[in-house]
Design a protein around this ligand. Structure first.
Ligand code: CP
Length: 333
């Protein structure tokens, strides 16, 4: 596969041709409109590959994908493995509990070791914000951030946006409401930066203790972001309702008065979803805690696109692996 120096700071601009020049994917905040369009066009091509009778290509034969997960995962890890294998890559899966991390090996040494044994692309999930950025500085392999602490989860945001486009068309001007534990959510943060680049109107809603101060304090810089604690106000005229679980693993203190009060004020259920547009779609990045942030009926109801999000996760990750591994060659034949 083509190599690129780890010090390469190439930043495509809107006027440049749509080719992938980036070494790493650390957050959606680093991407411009041309990047999003290229990723989504490539994802369309990957969906076509997935729909073939034999849903595989050998395009990435000779490329090695290593997944390194220091936190649990079902969707992200499985879909990267399926994506890599569907494109013919060699896939190595490591979790912190199975690797020499358990013997005290540092993240940097682990990343260097994976590069030394041939990893071209490294997919990293880590509980600490900034871990992927750190790793990317110590390897020539491309690093894809699969979630770092409360910071970012760019591939989740990309599959979320792709799913919205699939169901509602262009994002510009659409009202996207994100409800719940936004403070601790890397998914929310990566979605916000991506949605802003694509011209959406964003409303953040939750108890005051779960809303990041950044978005209330930078109102003049972020005119397309509205913050409210009132779910009724938030859901009015919404095109998309994205609900988030309470991320107890990242909450240092008890920051809601009671779960029952949270459910009463912020659960997306048949009564509250009726406040949004009748055409609104309901999203959730997973894992879903049905009965808490969302009712079972709505999670499985006709407005829910949660299964489509998971399915699109494979094609988005195929697209990213393809772009990183080939950079400028044509779509798979
Ligand atoms: N949305 C998400 O990241 O799910 P997993 O933790 O199962 O990968």
């Amino acid at each position: 596969m083509p190599t690129q120096s780890k010090s390469d700071k190439s930043e495509p601009t809107k006027s440049e041709p749509a080719i992938w020049l980036r070494k790493d994917l650390l957050d959606t905040a680093d991407l411009n409109l041309a990047d999003f369009n290229l990723i989504f066009e490539t994802t369309d091509a990957m969906i076509e590959v997935r729909e073939r009778p034999i849903a595989r290509t050998t395009t990435l034969r000779g490329t090695t994908l290593a997944t390194l997960f220091y936190e649990n995962s079902t969707r992200t890890r499985a879909s990267f493995e399926i994506a890599g294998k569907a494109l013919g890559a060699d896939v190595v899966n490591l979790s912190a509990s199975q690797s020499s991390v358990g013997k005290g090996e540092s993240l940097i040494d682990t990343v260097r070791t994976l590069e030394a044994i041939g990893a071209d692309i490294l997919v990293l999930r880590h509980p600490l914000s900034g871990a992927s950025t750190l790793a990317s500085k110590y390897t020539n392999a491309s690093v894809i951030n699969a979630g770092d602490g409360m910071h970012a989860h760019p591939t989740q945001a990309l599959l979320d946006l792709f799913t919205i486009k699939q169901h509602l068309g262009e994002l510009s001007g659409r009202k996207i409401v994100i409800v719940g534990d936004i403070l601790h959510s890397r998914v929310a943060r990566s979605n916000i930066w991506a949605l802003l680049t694509l011209g959406a109107q964003i409303t953040l809603c939750g108890p005051a203790t779960l809303l990041p101060k950044y978005f209330t304090q930078h109102k003049s810089d972020l005119q397309n972001v509205t913050v409210t604690t009132n779910l009724k106000t938030a859901l009015s005229n919404a095109d998309v309702v994205m609900t988030l679980r309470l991320q107890k693993e990242r909450q240092r203190n008890s920051i809601i008065p009671s779960l029952s009060e949270y459910i009463r004020n912020y659960q997306i259920n048949n009564d509250t979803i009726a406040l949004a547009k009748s055409t609104a779609i309901v999203m959730h990045p997973g894992p879903v805690n049905a009965g808490f942030e969302i009712s079972q009926e709505v999670a499985e109801g006709k407005q829910s696109v949660i299964s489509a999000q998971v399915t699109n996760g494979v094609a988005i990750r195929m697209a990213l692996l393809y772009l990183f591994a080939t950079r400028t060659t044509d779509f798979p034949a």
